[in-house]
Design a protein around this ligand. Structure first.
Ligand code: G1P
Length: 295
């Protein structure tokens, strides 16, 4: 069953960022820099490189810097133009023009499923991508979301990005079990069950969902039927499981390296990894790293 190619995606950015406090007290975690660019720019670039044209960003109080960042900055741009600084001018303008942006608020932090529900009107009745901004995926061959969209076009339903994690880490993730160990296409498996943040002894496998999804629009109705789950929150994982009674759910073992920027170590190491890929920044980082004694 082939589906239409999704052209819209949702970026849930309403989370409180408690794992990176106090940095995130007044600054959204999505605006934390990875090298010299806010994390959300990497997400938006992945979306656009995957063929997404319109993004709905779900925000909340203390998140207005995201809207300002994705908008024009006429005063700043005028100053940079006057100073004849075209490099910085295009760096500032770059993200404004990449996609069409809509912003919706999530008034209460009721969970990831509830945050996605806030995008119901802007998405409408089409399949769409969901990109969790804590997860940055470096996939130079083909962006992670594009890999899921390719799979979705072949098989329809919902497609979740998954990766193997050490069993002791299952409580950090949504975890899937497979209907069959045999893929229907390379790296693509039918999902039998999903559990949000199981303890290792309750985990159905060590295949963890990471923050990239292609969802069928039926997910919105499924979210409205989803009761609070892990952590007392309305979980996207639970809504996908409900939708799985009507539509096939697929797990895509994507290729690429996934970074978690949601905690201080992850934020720093991701920043380092991306700075080291930049010819203008790498020499300074290498010089610093050589001064650090090995453990
Ligand atoms: C969310 C999802 C979880 C998924 C994870 C990936 O959890 O609820 O299923 O495995 O993202 O990063 P969170 O990290 O927001 O607690």
């Amino acid at each position: 069953m082939s589906g239409m190619r999704a052209r819209k995606a949702v970026i849930p950015a309403a989370g409180l960022g408690t794992r990176v406090l106090p940095a995130t007290k007044a600054v959204p975690k999505e605006m934390m820099p990875l090298a010299d660019r806010p994390a959300i720019e990497y997400i938006i670039e992945e979306a656009v490189a995957s063929g997404i044209e319109a993004l709905t960003i779900v925000t909340s109080r203390t998140k207005r810097a995201i809207e300002d960042h994705l908008d024009a900055a006429p005063e700043l741009e005028a100053v940079l133009a006057r100073k004849n600084d075209p490099v910085r001018l295009s760096a500032v303008r770059h993200v404004e023009t990449l996609a069409r942006y809509s912003f919706v608020r999530q008034p209460h932090a009721l969970g990831l499923g509830h945050a996605v529900l806030m995008a119901r009107e802007t998405i409408g009745n089409e399949p769409f991508g969901v990109m969790l901004p804590d997860d940055i995926v470096d996939a130079p061959q083909r962006p992670c979301l594009a890999q899921l969209l390719d799979a979705h076009q072949q098989v329809g339903g919902c497609v979740l990005a998954v990766m193997r994690v050490p069993l002791e880490q299952t409580a950090k993730y949504g975890v899937v079990s497979l209907a069959s160990p045999d893929p229907v296409a390379p790296g693509l498996f039918r999902v039998r069950d999903l559990v949000e943040k199981p303890r290792p002894e309750a985990a159905p496998s060590n295949l963890a969902v990471i923050g990239r999804y292609v969802l069928a629009p039926g997910i919105f109705e499924a979210i409205t039927r989803t009761q609070p789950g892990a952590g007392g929150e309305i979980q996207l994982t639970d809504a996908i499981k409900l939708l799985g009674e009507r539509e096939p759910i697929w797990a895509c073992e994507f290729s690429g390296i996934r970074y978690d920027t949601g905690d201080p170590v992850g934020l720093l190491t991701t920043s380092l990894a991306f700075a080291l890929k930049r010819p203008d920044l790498a020499p300074g980082i290498h010089a610093f790293l050589r001064t650090i004694p090995r453990e």
